[in-house]
Design a protein around this ligand. Sequence first.
Ligand code: PGA
Length: 240
Amino acid sequence: MKLIICENYDAVMEQAAQITIDIIKNKPDCILGLPTGSTPIGLYNNLVKEYEAGKLDFSQVKSFNLDEYYPIDPENDQSYRYFMNKHLFNRINIDINNTRVPNGNCEDPNQECAEYEKAIDLAGGIDLQILGIGNNGHIGFNEPDKNLQAYTHMTKLTENTIEANSRFFEKSDDVPRKALTMGMASIMKAEKILMLITGKAKHNALMTLLSDNITTDVPASLLKLHTDVTIICDKASYEE
Ligand code: PGA
């Protein structure tokens, strides 16, 4: 894994944007795997800036998001579909029909997950998968467990994640208890992976990533099996 240590959050987001911009310019019809959360907001702002400056064209880009709460209405302002529209899709010239987020309102989650996985393959696979990481080492909603699942599936949120995500809701009881998420193999199928890590709270997760250990207790540690992973972190997450 390649590690880039930056001074602060803004510098991480600039580097991440540069890598993403280069990929879009080299392959205008590329397929991006996208995360939600507070981490990538700076990256999305930088991509919007580049688009507004007339230097970036998303008209042929396709995207697949990592995950979505279940159940949740896509119109709900806490849904990941809402987040993506607000922070990125509505601000650039991507065709909204080329953006996929698992449907948190579907009637049959198993069918939704199977179709989602198939859609990624049919599109030709993800060129660049951008990831954040949970304090507990989760990626997407692949939570620490004895067993992890390979492909897109429905899963339960851990108490740790419910607690971490409750900051976006009025109270923690409002956080949906389930989610639809790409699995470990769905993520590992991507050509290139870019992991963004910022803030002190992610220090332990980052240290496990940098150690030699691979464990389902820190799902992100499985990324060591991938041959093209770049971690961009800030000093706050890297230093004790
Ligand atoms: P955060 O979430 O960017 O809001 O810290 C990351 C994650 O849980 O994957």
